[in-house]
Design a protein around this ligand. Sequence first.
Ligand SMILES: [Ca+2]
Length: 154
Amino acid sequence: MRIRSTVTAVLAATAVAAPLLVASPATAAAHQGGLHLGFIQYDSPGRDTGSNSSLNGEWVNVHNNTRGAIQLKGYKLKDNTGYTYTFGSYKIGAGKTVKVRTGKGSNGAGYVFWGRAAYVWNNTSDKARLIKPSGSQLDSCSWTTRDNGTRNCH
Ligand SMILES: [Ca+2]
């Protein structure tokens, strides 16, 4: 009898604790928003030689945290200078990420190319913006040299 009541007490405690464990990630997800900026490699690894592979070592991830696919055509990425990348037709699935590389290349599943011949994201400090086709800003993320080349904008 004594053991049984202890088990009952543990189960009751678990039942109370479980919703609290669920609530924590849900709060984090709400903070991240739906479609948003993810990791940014604003300082290409190694020396900035300006080669196409070095330019493509600089990238921004856009993550779809919604439950449905989103057509990104007309969405924009913009830096502090005003350089702008406009997405062509690209459907990003629910929970998926698309990597936007600065240089030239052929787009594929999970990655697209800005097509620039120069870096876009400043190594010292800059701010990435994700803008809807309507022109309203969906997300932004800034960094300084303290971030050591990579910024997690989640
Ligand atoms: Ca850079």
